[in-house]
Design a protein around this ligand. Sequence first.
Ligand code: F6P
Ligand code: MN
Length: 331
Amino acid sequence: MGRISLSQYLIEQERAGAQVPPELGLLIEVVGRACKAISAAVSKGDLEGVLGGAGTQNVQGETQKKLDVISNEILIQANEWGGYLSAMVSEEMEKPYQIPNRYPKGHYLLLFDPLDGSSNIDVNVSVGTIFSVLRCPEGVGDPDESSFLQPGAQQVAAGFAVYGPSTLLVLTVGRGAAGFTLDREVGSFKLTRERIVIPEETSEFAINMSNMRNWRAPIRRYIDECLAGKSGVRERDFNMRWVASMVADVYRILSRGGVFMYPSDLKYKSGRLRLMYEANPMAFIVEQAGGAATDGARRIMDIQPEALHQRVGVVLGSKHEVERIARYHAG
Ligand code: F6P
Ligand code: MN
């Protein structure tokens, strides 16, 4: 018997009790299709001149790469006509993108980071796409920024793609997290990890160590204890990994456990990653895989957003480690 396709998975999730009405199923399939197109664009590399800067900046003042702009366009064009969305928000656009009048509107809001890990694009290291789906508030016909400001716990679906040695899609519709691999010959995502479970214990951490001088005490303590290894309080050696693409670092954690941190510190006082289209979707997936996600003091998905492009400190991964780091913050 062949492997289950993304379409079949979505229908079976609905039958098993998840809330995946046809509109949402179509949305997820179209996002999957857009990820295939982005994967194809990313893989052209220098052949088609897609690498390098676009000569523009995004709303957070970061230099946009050509592939950031291309990926954003692909996601918008793929999703604007389908009739299931009321609006979209992207890391690459300051304001919500309104569905053009020539198309019908639907009940969902789509948020995305079109190409996560921008610093890795030009050096041929894995990058990816992160997305989050919310419901448009009841009675709102023309959603504005405030319609999007819902805590992560309200997400109805979330996922991310990794454009690496293989192209992967990780997805949750609230009944666990599943992983799909792109079968390039066939052109479709096939279910390859039916139920992702993050090991509770781990000996691996991911953090940008060059920020060490700016860390606050709880993070410093946790990493010091990891570095002390066997002879320290943790009584075992720890390993470190930092891909600098959140998608790849989080996928590693979904595969073999670990903890990923981009905490708020003295430089990034409110954190570095974006709450609505980076931290929330990853937190949803990680929790659905049995892990945890906190900003140190609060569960990420309980945070009430105040702005579309708001940043947040992030600590996520294996449950016991994340709880330990939260305890260090509380103490
Ligand atoms: O989107 C931001 C991001 O590219 C993440 O994917 C990644 O985890 C982080 O920034 C890398 O940060 P740094 O450049 O500090 O290593
Ligand atoms: Mn990103």
